[in-house]
Ligand binder design. Structure first.
Ligand SMILES: Nc1ncnc2c1ncn2[C@@H]1O[C@H](COP(=O)(O)OP(=O)(O)OP(=O)(O)O)[C@@H](O)[C@H]1O
Ligand SMILES: CC(=O)C(=O)O
Length: 645
């Protein structure tokens, strides 16, 4: 039966067991019981096996660069649970036969894998078997797969509505020099909050603009956010906005002048209620916990004081002099009052963020998972859900990192404060550990502060700064962040350009095969995770130029990104906010497109959008993954190697 557009619903004409599998599983022949025993263990034991037994080689060594065999082997080896099903159902040379099907009684799992070209009108002429669908469904639950959706309903099986209809003709091409995979976050401040500078920063490669509520007024930030959205739209580029919320950080709250120079041995008074020449600090709760002899570090450790007496105010002597500004951070190592994370200021700032609805909210001075939960509930009372990035900048947060990682949507290694809260020599190692844990958990991680610090004043960074950026990328950071370089620096766009150049050059040398191999045990164990991992494997093996991930929720693209393929991931999604939120993920180039209804349309759009973004040329290969075919909604279950005509 054909629909109005003349397309047969996918799979409709397939005969026998395949059709049965989509409708009534009871008609399907059972596999032999010995096969059953060999094949199916509870999921838990699969995980245990993965951990304790040596894994089979990832790829059949005999597989040349033949897409069909590569796909087969990649998927087969990852779906180790179903290994025998594939072997059993394939021809002696390892090729799959169309219509392969094995169904097993409750509570076992039914597996379908098929070379699908004829059913979906794909590659009919070339007869290339380069599309495979992997489908795992609980036999007794016809609804299985429709929950916990990643791509639910994205690809509706209704027929083509016009292939070009949804293509945005804007010029949102990959940013920066070449196709960069590392994301760049740049802080907007007095040096950059104007249309021209923001345009130049976007052109230079800014993916995410950070507005730090610790400085400037809310009105200024609101105006800046509006400006960023307008400029991004005018340039046809996706740019996300991150609002950074101050936590209960002790800061300089008032000074007699905007800047103050503190000289060696000078006696100063720090007060919650300052008079004359005193330095105002707050919150006031810190003052009673300070003791004589304590060190006080100001402005990220640039200035050091020693406490000489404490009463209503703190008296101190300058041990290492320098200049301080309004809003400068004040750190008293080892002293922290027991005050709740949520206070009136936090609620006010979150209300502001909720109104602006940025793409990310970064939380300063998070001390535990509970702090993140509190913020999430404040935001959900305001009917908004914004990904929360926990800034790790205290010893407490390092100690409780695992629970913070579990509660947050992403992590920032906020080295400015971390470097004064911890002995500074500990920062590089802690940074590496944090990045690795985030990579393992599949959560995005940002490395921040002083990355190109000398560019605040100068046109070039130091060699050490360049190496710092390159090393963070090699360690697995998703994003690098510029702070003072772009907020108060001499040439914000130049700093972004420099960051982009370092990233591009570093990315050319990363050992992607080795990285992927290491991540073999890190991806999710379900079919969607396996397909995503396999896409990266194929991209590496077949030297494809890009991976195209069709994704409604963004999760499919995130899964691919966490495997760190060596080429860009074109994430095609109908949702503008999802597109912007993907900008924090390594390698993802988000692209907005209206929902797609047929496989033919899907492959066509993948090629068009990849070409439009200069990701591919004739003779290249694309790896395409998508979900929601074969009548089962809600997960990535298709993988295709697409030759570029
Ligand atoms: N909107 C602004 N208005 C005034 N000064 C700003 C503004 N934004 C940043 N700055 C200045 O630029 C410096 C770097 O900015 P950034 O926001 O990146 O600092 P930071 O170290 O992350 O801030 P924090 O003090 O929250 O740790 C700040 O210390 C501040 O002096
Ligand atoms: C980014 C930030 O807040 C820090 O490094 O402390």
């Amino acid at each position: 039966m054909h629909d109005a557009q003349g397309y047969r619903p996918a799979c409709e004409h397939r005969s026998g067991p395949f059709r049965a599998s989509l409708q009534k599983t009871s008609q399907v022949p059972y596999a032999s019981s010995s096969l059953l025993q060999q094949l199916f263990h509870p999921r838990q034991s699969e995980t245990q096996n993965r951990q304790h037994q040596p894994q089979p080689p990832l790829m059949l060594q005999s597989c040349a660069r033949d897409p069909e065999r590569q796909i087969y082997s990649a998927v087969k080896n990852r779906l180790s649970l179903q290994r025998q099903v594939f072997s059993h159902s394939s021809t002696p040379d390892g090729r799959l036969q169309e219509g392969d099907l094995h169904a097993l009684p409750d509570p076992w799992i039914m597996v379908i894998i098929a070379g699908f070209y004829s059913a979906l009108h794909v590659d009919k002429k070339s007869k290339e078997r380069n599309v495979f669908f992997v489908d795992l469904t609980r036999v007794t639950d016809p609804q299985a797969g429709s929950h916990g959706s990643t791509d639910s309903n994205y690809i509706e099986r209704r027929g083509c509505t016009g292939m070009m209809s949804g293509i945005h003709t804007g010029t949102d091409t990959p940013s920066g020099p070449g196709v960069r995979l590392t994301r760049i976050i740049a802080t907007i401040g007095p040096a950059s909050a104007d249309i021209e500078t923001i345009s130049n920063m976007i052109r230079a490669g800014m993916d995410i603009a950070r507005l730090n509520l610790s400085h400037g007024s809310l009105e200024q930030h609101q105006a800046t956010m509006t400006m960023i959205r307008h400029v991004a739209r005018d340039l046809g580029r996706q740019v996300a906005v991150m609002i950074d919320i101050p936590g209960p950080k002790l800061r300089v709250r008032s000074l007699p002048e905007s800047d103050r120079d503190l000289s060696l041995h000078e006696k100063v008074i720090l007060s919650a209620d300052p008079h004359n020449d005193e330095i105002g600090i707050g919150p006031a709760d810190y003052i009673p916990v300070v003791c004589e002899g304590d060190a006080i570090l100001l402005a990220d450790g640039a200035v050091l004081l020693r406490v000489t007496c404490v009463g209503e105010n703190i008296c101190a002597e300058v041990v290492s002099g320098g200049s301080i500004r309004m809003g400068a951070g004040v750190v008293i190592p080892g002293r922290r009052p027991d005050i709740p994370y949520a206070n009136d200021e936090l609620v006010k700032n979150l209300s502001f963020a909720a109104e602006l609805n940025p793409d990310f909210v970064a939380l300063s001075f998070v001390g535990s998972a509970g702090d993140i939960i509190v913020v999430r509930s404040i935001l959900s009372e305001k009917q908004v859900q914004i990904p929360l990035i926990a800034k790790i900048e205290t010893k407490n947060a390092v100690d409780l990192f695992d629970e913070i990682l579990a509660a947050a949507d992403g992590i920032m290694v906020a080295r400015g404060d971390l470097g004064v809260e911890l002995p500074i020599a500990c920062v590089p190692y802690v940074q590496k550990e944090i990045i690795r844990s985030c990579n393992k958990a599949g959560k995005p991680v940002i490395t921040a502060t002083e990355m190109l610090e000398s560019m605040v004043e100068h046109g070039r960074p130091t060699r050490a700064e360049v190496a710092d950026v390159a090393n963070a990328i090699a360690d697995g950071t998703d994003a690098t962040m510029l702070s003072a370089e772009t907020s108060i620096g001499k040439d914000p766009a130049r700093a972004v350009r420099m960051m982009a150049e370092i990233a591009c050059e570093t990315e050319r040398h990363l050992p992607y095969h080795k990285i992927l191999d290491e991540r073999r045990l890190w991806h999710e164990t379900g079919p969607s995770g396996i397909i995503s991992y396999s896409a990266c494997y194929l991209a590496n093996e077949l030297e494809s130029r890009a991976i195209v991930a069709f994704t409604r929720s963004g999760i499919t693209a995130e899964r691919v990104s966490r495997c760190r393929p060596g080429n860009p991931i074109l994430a095609i999604t109908p949702d503008e906010q999802i597109a912007r939120r993907l900008l924090i993920r390594w390698g993802v180039i988000p692209c907005i497109h209206t929902p797609i209804h047929t496989a033919d349309e899907l492959f066509f759009i993948a090629l068009e959008l990849a070409k439009e973004r200069d990701l591919i040329t004739s003779g290249d290969r694309l790896i395409i993954i998508a979900g929601n075919f074969a009548g089962v909604q809600g997960r990535t279950n298709m993988i295709k190697v697409q030759n570029v005509p």
